[in-house]
Ligand binder design. Sequence first.
Ligand SMILES: [Zn+2]
Length: 736
Amino acid sequence: MRAMTVTKENLHNALQKYFGFDNFKGKQEAIIKSVLNGKDTFVIMPTGGGKSLCYQLPALMLDGTALIISPLIALMKNQVDSIRGYSQNDEVAHFLNSSLTKAQMKLVKQDISDSKTKLLFIAPETLTKDENIEFFKQVDISFVAVDEAHCISEWGHDFRPEYRRIRAMLDAIGEDIPVVALTATATPKVQSDIVKNLGMEGHNTFISSFNRENLYYEVRPKGKKEQTIKQIIQVIKDMPGQSGIIYVQSRKSAEEIAKALSVNDIKAAPYHAGLDAKTRSNTQDNFLMEEVDVIVATIAFGMGIDKPDVRFVIHYDIPKSIENYYQETGRAGRDGLEGRCIAFYAYKDILKLEKFLRDKPVAEREMSAQLMQEVMAYAEATSCRRRFLLHYFGEQFDEDNCSKMCDNCRHPKEKVEVKNEMAIALKAVLQLDENYGIKPLINFVRGKDSKEVKDFGFNQKEFFGAGKEKDSTFWSSVFRQAVLNGLVRKDVESYGLLKMNDKGRAFLEHPHSFKIPIDHNYEKEAVEIEESAKGGAAVLDEALMKMLRDLRRREAKKHNVPPFVIFQDPSLEDMATQYPISMDDMANISGVSKGKAIRYGRPFIQMIKEYVEENEIERPSDLVVKQVANKSKVKINIIQGIDRKVPLEDLAETNQLSMEELMDELYSIVTSGTKVNIDYYIDDNVDEYSREDIVDYFMGAATDSLDDAYRELKDDDITMEEIQLVRIKFLSDMAN
Ligand SMILES: [Zn+2]
């Protein structure tokens, strides 16, 4: 086995000589010593901790060539360039992968044979080729570093089957080649997979803390889309001009949210795999150069991005695993200053993710479902989020050290006594022979019947249904807290089965007071938010409403049109809630377009302004969020079709609407303030006399009700369809 005696001096000299640094960070020095001593070494270090130096420096110091196995061909060139940047000559580092020509490969191998190359980056599928194995047998290999080692484990977030063959390849190359495994994320389960799979017996392990104390973690219930976007805009407006990333699951959301932000004067751009490479690289550059402040990205964004002053990371959609969440939030606050991490969570998003899994193989589906269970538990937790995250990565953490840097520590939820229930939970674990995870255990104590329950006779057991008066959120909180407090543990090997700990047995012998916070039930909370948004802050001002109606009547007379042409009732209600006092405010009122605001809005604005001043009314100080012209794709298709004078029947068919539905869409288009000209169709389909009758009727009508019109006009042989058509024309011409 190769080994090198190292002293503190020659290590520091080498660091200075090769990289120009004076000091090592964290555990780097100890790790490098372990590698230089020829020991198998396992390095778990969060991104930004200086992981790559742990193999780069020993590779430069030792004789021979170090093989660096890396999964990402795209990043290999960058890695090679960065090492060459520290060196006088290019031969010091190479990569070997399928992107090279035969001639280039030959040159690389020549440099290795000539002992000029210290680091060779290689993809596992290249390493596995017979001719390469033969070659490596004949040259001097100093050690093998397996980067992104979590790819070995199916339980990691980035499993690559070819990684599982690495050990066999190393054995084929030679005996006793030291292995260094490195990863920036690994749960205890993934760690044990890596060690087993690489056969790293007697290895040294170095785990750096995953705690990012400058990140503030927060989870909010996710309500309706507009409300969530509004909250996001509020967060961003609190930090004007700062950089941030918003993660979403779909390309469509990326586009939509980026647009909503832009409309609200936030410099934002979408980033997803559907954009061409040039656009993507421009967006990335603009973000780094601060031409763009906010990137709305699918998970494709962030690999290799190192912007130190990202101030916030928002998850509009909940990620698929805690590993992803940790990696993505980890892009905030690299400079050590505060980074806000806000995730929006709705249970229905989990269901959506599960739906995507339906066509996957069973094993993968089950694994992903497990990972999502953890995400749910994180989102619904009411105890310290930092403690939860660190516990997930196998680290103990005392929540007193969180310094209120998570929402649950900042706004603690009242705790409830669960002494009796904890005893039931623990006894249930024993009664089912420590053979089940949290979900089936909850069903058991709640007395839920299922085929499995009957087949195994669980319904005959003493604690079946012992806690049926409490809901599953409650029981989930009890079991989670039992794990977090070490009364039981989740078995790493069987992933998720609860096993009893001594602490749990002691509790059962002498039960004592046990207080826990109960998890969030976000379904309920989201509904409550929506209801308070409806009836809470913004209240309809009845007095103003009456004045607006009177004004509408007077204006109608003046313009010689019926009142509903001026503004429809929902628009008046919105005015009596929002108090618009400028043209811009008015154009934000529902059903009022810019054109309509100019045509009919002025006297209303004037009146509301006076009313607000006289009564010293505090207008909703609430941020006014501008809406992206809220038209569905169908509405846009209809408007464009009408511009091209497409017959309405064809328009209905191409948009898969019945004529009835098309009419409804058209009505909603004109009453929300958009003009359409369907004269070309009316001319052919409604005779002139009928047209005049219908217009006359509406001019004198109190409402634009179709039924009222039909009752009045049917004796003149006018059909419902004709009334619908002319009403659209009438509203479009007169109201907009
Ligand atoms: Zn906390």
